[in-house]
Design a protein around this ligand. Sequence first.
Ligand code: NAP
Length: 356
Amino acid sequence: MTDDRLPTAIVGAGGYIGQHFARLLADHPWFAPPLLVSGERSEGRTLSEVWQLADPPPDELAGARLVKLGPGEVARRGVRLVFSALPSGVAGGVESELARRGIAVFSNAADHRRDPDVALLVPEVNASRLAAIGRRRGRGLLVTNPNCSAAGLAVALAPIVPVLRPRAVHVSTYQALSGAGFPGVPSLTIADNVVPFIRDEEEKVGAETALLLGGIRGRAVRPWPVPVVAHCARVATRDGNLEAVTVEARRRPPRAAILSAWREFDPLAARGLPTAPSPPVVLRSEPDRPQPLRDRWAGAPARARGMAVSVGRVRWTPPFLRFFLLAHNAVRGGAGGSVLNAELAVHEGRLARDGR
Ligand SMILES: NC(=O)c1ccc[n+]([C@@H]2O[C@H](COP(=O)([O-])OP(=O)(O)OC[C@H]3O[C@@H](n4cnc5c(N)ncnc54)[C@H](OP(=O)(O)O)[C@@H]3O)[C@@H](O)[C@H]2O)c1
């Protein structure tokens, strides 16, 4: 039996997002098991030797060795699609070079998110963005995820924007330690503490949410003209960003119309993308949900675990809608978001599945 799955690689495979990519790609129906490309720290080690996630590494890749390769060597090995888990700063040049060599790059890093020829994409929110971008960087496509808190916020806002026509959005985040990657925040900084500062995060949440919810004129994105104002704090949870959201609304629909907008939201349902959660928003009615510990893995089917955004504690006191949301920073806001972006690109014919 021939394997017509697309040849893939993970760059930055030894890091937190890289390991989530390995978990998601080990037995993917459309993408072949990835080549694992490392930096200095993980070079020559097996995936099991660098593994840090709570669940064990996937059998298919546990013994695979990480190799340090440049963009040219990755291209020479026939890779068609790269999932990038590189740190911001390092990612920009490497990703441009991979795209210039005709490789489709799906990135988690911030470096290219605001480039005009790059799609900043969350498929449930702005799938049409993919068709609007060309292939200016040589032949390769470059697609990025937003910041992990902006990803959850945009999914929760997309269904209710037409119903409420917001005047402003205020959000306070309680962000997990894993958002800082390995080795992360020093234990003596965060134990018994909350740190009300994450560098550049508040600005990213505001600007990237506006780009995701914005429209397109020609090929340019027109940011959503509604202010999205953020406070961001680091808390001592391992995974999952909790966000307290206040929407100031222009419209005053009944509460039931707002809840229905969330419940009926499933824009990818007909596309059959393997990592798309259905539904993408899980509405919780309990008085004390969502919680990071209990809701971070929301999402069905099994391949989409961690991809759903949980919404709860909904309070509608017009003109203010208040709610909490919870999204897994490394899955919905990280590796899972990139895998879903790549699936959408395949579905939209931007990548042939047989490798040609
Ligand atoms: N963590 C999250 O929740 C999250 C969510 C959304 C987006 N992001 C973004 O995702 C990216 C990765 O984050 P992370 O949390 O996974 O960070 P991380 O744990 O620090 O991992 C980064 C990895 O990049 C590798 N690396 C560094 N320089 C390299 C190079 N020149 N070539 C190849 N590999 C290189 C390192 O490899 P070695 O270990 O081999 O040296 C390291 O394992 C960042 O841009 C981050 O902003 C993270």
